[in-house]
Design a protein around this ligand. Structure first.
Ligand code: SF4
Ligand code: SF4
Length: 590
């Protein structure tokens, strides 16, 4: 938001409005003695005290003392230390800590502006959604969202709900709202306000800001334990929970975690990679939304306003995010990012000025606190995680070694340290008996597929396509499904000896939507590992996948969100199908 300049007299930094002159292009982060020790500078001629305060600042991997460029760190990987290059003239250096009193006094005015702007935004957003729910509850016949969509249909122009003064709301075309600078309300029925806490500094600042504004009895803090957590993040969560519970006794804290251990998923659907990005969805998103469903009295996905610590500076993709974003990850969730425009120095100043606890991993050099192993992690991150928390990293590195070995790689550690495991697209090293062969022919209007070793009950998943009736003769089931307004004929032939199901549907190939949905259903039947990702898409609570898939026909409204949320309709099918190169084969291909 502000620019940063060096304030060399006290080894500090200062926020400034001006982007000219000495303003830095990159915002610096503080550097503590733990990081310098880890780089071995205590043995390379540098003298510094082991104190609480930072000793210098870093912009990426360039280090600055009193505004002077004194050190650079290059290379390194998960197993090898980086090269440490002391700049000429700084081979011997005695460091004085940052003068925290002056850091505070020089920045408190600008931080006051930033903080209060963020709190004002949080307050306005909260009040807007809170008021509209209250107005809607008092006037059950008044559905603003319904009104907006019927006006939209009539006028063929996008309409939105906006807040007027006090408790009054209006519906107007989006273009008019934008012209008048009015923010649209995306859902008039928000049932829960949550803060997503990750153990990182950005979510910590967001948590602190939000608790200063929103009544604590209306807030839930949710920590997503992905199974890849750094020990220091788990430790910080405990600290944070204790601090805020003491300050705000009515605030509720929860930990969201998948029922399955993460390495078991690696065994079942393959290691994550930058092609197969199942980790975030399965280990973070699904447990979070599952928890929301479980704690909601309605036992379905509640409509949620979620305060998150996303910052635009972090990546090009995040720089395109909206401060209030609907449907960002889930149709029932509106993400609100109060510190979207903050830079990293501002985040650190907030932590210092408010005396908040700091995740120890930052003191040891991590710029971002995330997972112990990540296909998107930088070499520097990999090195630090393995160096700081070797016992936590070891099972994951061993699992990567095992997979790579099965894939026939000879120089395993070299393969890992050059990051080749992160770009897996093929499936060497993963084994599954389950597969689908599509055996339709272009000459026939019928759909045919053979499922081998299906993992789930096909009748259960077929419920999402429509109501059905079946006639059984020995191992053959013939039936009809009412799919939208069509009646579709299906035949299932079970071969228990070979553990296969032959699925046939007659005269359907021209109905491409049905065929696409049927294929997704078959993917689920064949590959489901109960990851919960599609369960949390279900708006009515009809779908439960643990320990086995169960669909409550009375609650299922055939919306098919559980099929459409992902290509292939199933995260496991997506990973294994591509991993094993299982091709959708047809007779023609043979
Ligand atoms: S997502 Fe829709 S189709 Fe799937 S189980 Fe839930 S209600 Fe049924
Ligand atoms: S069917 Fe759903 S719960 Fe099962 S593995 Fe696929 S996405 Fe996960």
């Amino acid at each position: 938001m502000f620019k940063v300049i060096w304030d060399p007299a006290y080894n500090g930094v200062r926020l400034t409005m001006s982007s000219k002159g000495d303003a830095l292009n990159v915002s610096p982060r503080p550097v503590f003695w733990e990081e310098l020790d880890l780089l071995g500078l205590n043995k390379r001629g540098w003298i510094y005290p082991h104190v609480e305060e930072p000793l210098m600042w870093a912009c990426d991997r360039r280090y600055f003392y009193k505004g002077q460029f004194v050190l650079e760190v290059k290379g390194g990987n998960v197993f090898d230390a980086p090269e440490v290059i002391q700049q000429e003239g700084y081979e011997i250096l005695t460091l004085q800590p940052v003068d925290m009193e002056r850091l505070r006094s020089r920045n408190e005015d600008t931080m006051f502006i930033i903080e209060h702007e963020a709190m004002d935004f949080i307050n306005q957003t909260y009040r807007r959604y809170k008021n509209i729910r209250e107005v809607s509850q008092k006037n059950p016949d008044l559905d603003f969202q319904q009104l907006a969509s019927s006006l939209e249909k009539k006028t063929k122009e996008e309409h939105v709900v906006i807040k007027e003064d006090c408790d009054s709301f209006d519906v107007m075309p989006l273009s008019k709202a934008e012209e008048q600078g009015k923010a649209p309300i995306y859902n008039s029925n928000i049932e829960m306000y949550i803060i997503s806490f990750s153990g990182g500094k950005d979510s910590q600042v967001t948590l602190d800001l939000v608790t200063r504004v929103i009544p604590s009895d209306d807030l839930k803090v949710i920590y997503s334990n992905t199974g890849y957590e750094l020990p220091s993040s788990l430790e910080l969560y405990k600290q944070v929970e204790a601090i805020y519970k003491e300050q705000y006794p009515t605030i509720e804290f929860y930990v969201a975690k998948n029922h399955e251990e993460v390495l078991n998923f690696w065994d079942m659907i393959g290691s994550p990679s930058n092609v197969h990005r199942w980790c975030c969805g399965v280990m973070k998103t699904a447990p979070l939304y599952k928890l929301l469903k479980d704690i909601s009295s309605l036992k379905r996905q509640p409509h949620v306003l979620s305060f998150i610590g996303t910052r635009a500076e972090e990546s090009l993709r995040r720089s395109t995010y909206q401060k209030v974003a609907k449907d960002a990850k889930h149709t029932n969730v509106i993400n609100v990012s109060p510190i979207l425009e903050w830079n990293v120095t501002e985040v650190w100043l907030y932590l210092f000025l408010n005396n908040l606890p700091i995740n120890i991993a930052y003191r040891k050099g991590l710029g971002r606190v995330g997972c112990i192993v990540c296909p998107f992690g930088s070499d520097w991150n990999d090195y630090l995680c393995n160096r700081i928390f070797p016992e936590t990293a070891e099972p994951f590195l061993n699992k990567i070694r095992e997979i790579v070995r099965k894939g026939g790689v000879k120089d395993i550690d070299n393969y890992i340290k050059t990051g080749n495991w992160k770009i897996r697209a093929g499936g060497k090293g993963f084994e599954t008996n389950s597969k689908i062969s599509i055996i339709s022919t272009p000459q026939s209007p019928d759909f045919k597929a053979l499922l081998t070793y299906p993992k789930e009950n096909i009748f259960e998943w077929l419920k999402v396509l429509g109501t059905s009736s079946w006639k059984q003769t020995d191992n053959v089931y013939e039936g009809q499904i009412k799919y939208n307004s069509d009646i579709i004929e299906l035949k299932l032939t079970f071969d228990e000896l070979n553990n296969t199901i032959l699925v046939e549907s007659f005269n359907v190939l021209q109905n491409s939507l049905f065929v696409s949905h049927l294929r997704r259903v078959l993917n689920k039947v064949t590959y489901c590992v109960h990851c919960e990702l599609c369960e949390v898409e279900c708006p009515t609570g009809a779908l439960n996948v643990v320990p086995i898939v169960k669909i409550d026909s009375n609650k299922c409204v055939k919306c098919r969100r559980c099929l459409d949320f992902k290509d292939d309709g199933c995260i496991s099918a997506n990973s294994l199908k591509q991993a094993e190169g299982i091709k959708m084969t047809s007779q023609k291909d043979k």
